[in-house]
Write a protein that binds this ligand. Structure first.
Ligand code: SF4
Length: 401
């Protein structure tokens, strides 16, 4: 038994915690398929770094389209991405897809039932493996996510940095030591549920907690101070110039490379602004990438700011149009942007067509910008977190150079 955990605690907390869980567990879609390891895999991957309320509609759409691991393995990545678009952290979708293919190829289509085998799947770490093994198969495997770590630190009044390797190693041992002999999956879910709904980061509701008589932090009046708040790294500023090019109801989109940020998604053509570089220089580079037969304003019509985990990106938006009389097909076979000539794939798409192919939330914010800035394809308000600033003097000046 790890230091800080009374020997009797294991037996003591399982009963009240499970009783509380049986009465209070939220009705979540993945809990209706608890013994379906594939459904648990999808849910756990989607829940990595994403809140439950955000995940629910994505999970339901995804499971409807890819109801089995074989269905997901048989799909192409281009078919999968639209069902992930808007959920963020797109590498998770790629890993999940790769994991499905590995399960079909190596495990005969059955999700493995040991932590070791699960951890050999792409994108599956110890937490995800423990959750799938314990919930779907009843394996006695611990889990440790932010919620569980916080509950354990408070139960034992552990005054330490929860992100340090030594603390995490201790918490893993603790999470394993307190597992009951039966109902391990429910016990793990109950700890996570308690952390999510009662023992929250800022305001633990100790009076409603089934474990309050066992909790050392509560007894010491330290629940609100344990664990100490994380110091957020400063988001690095970055700037991008974006071409918002209209052709009737369509806009010009381009698919991002298969690797890196927002890999494989569709977006408005964009070019990063180098440190200290004038916008006009980046705009010229952007213009040189665009297909022939379009013209682009000389100055930006406004900006959209998006906050990512480690970056704050300012998008400077240059509006433009496809020139009249241009007769190229879609995609334009004569364009230097034709993919067959090694250029990125451009396509004229309505915003809804682009959404169905998969776009990022940043691109969605840019589409909403154009709704209020002259192109008038829609008039929806900006997304929360997207600061939209029209330029002082939106320019009508066009330049196709
Ligand atoms: S008593 Fe309070 S601090 Fe302790 S586990 Fe319950 S909610 Fe968290």
């Amino acid at each position: 038994m790890p230091e800080g955990m009374p020997r009797s605690l294991r037996l003591d907390i399982a009963r009240p915690l499970l009783r509380w869980y049986d009465r209070n567990r939220r009705d979540l879609p993945w809990r209706r398929r608890e013994h379906d390891a594939y459904a648990q895999l999808v849910a756990e991957v989607m829940l990595q770094q994403t809140q439950v309320a955000t995940v629910v509609p994505f999970y339901e759409r995804f499971l409807k389209r890819f109801p089995t691991v074989s269905a997901l393995a048989a799909a192409s990545m281009d078919e999968v991405l639209p069902f992930w678009a808007g959920l963020g952290y797109y590498s998770r979708a790629r890993n999940l897809h790769a994991a499905a293919r590995k399960i079909v190829e190596i495990h005969g289509g059955r999700v493995p039932d040991t932590v070791a085998a699960l951890m050999r799947l792409p994108g599956v770490g110890r937490y995800t493996a423990g959750a799938i093994a314990s919930i779907a198969y009843g394996v006695r495997a611990p889990v440790l996510d932010g919620n569980v770590g916080r509950v354990l630190m408070r139960l034992t009044a552990m005054e330490a940095d929860p992100r340090s390797p030594a603390t995490r190693a201790h918490l893993w041992r603790l999470a394993e030591a307190i597992l009951p002999a039966k109902r391990c999956g429910d016990f793990n879910q109950a700890l996570m549920e308690l952390g999510a709904t009662v023992c929250g980061p800022q305001t633990p509701a100790c009076l409603q907690c089934p474990l309050k008589t066992y909790c050392l932090a509560c007894r010491k009046g330290r629940a609100g101070q344990i664990p100490p708040p994380a110091k957020r790294p400063r988001a690095l500023p970055a700037a991008v110039v974006v071409a918002l090019l209209r052709w009737g109801e369509r806009l010009l989109f381009v698919q991002r490379p298969a690797k890196g940020l927002w890999a494989g998604l569709w977006e408005l053509p964009a070019e990063p602004v180098e440190t200290g570089e004038p916008l006009a220089t980046a705009r010229r580079r952007l213009r040189a990438r665009l297909p022939v037969g379009v013209r682009l304003a000389a100055r930006p019509a406004g900006t959209v700011v998006r906050h990512l985990t480690h970056r704050e990106i300012t998008f400077h938006i240059y509006v433009g149009t496809r020139l009249r009389g241009q007769d190229h097909n879609e995609p334009d076979p004569s364009s230097p942007a034709n993919p067959s000539q090694g250029q990125p794939p451009f396509r004229w798409l309505t915003p809804d067509q682009a959404r169905s192919l998969g776009i990022s939330r940043a691109c969605e914010a840019l589409l909403r910008f154009q709704g209020g800035e002259g192109l008038r394809l829609n008039r929806r308000k900006p997304l929360p977190g997207a600061a939209v600033t029209p330029a002082d003097r939106p320019t009508a000046e066009m330049n196709d150079s």
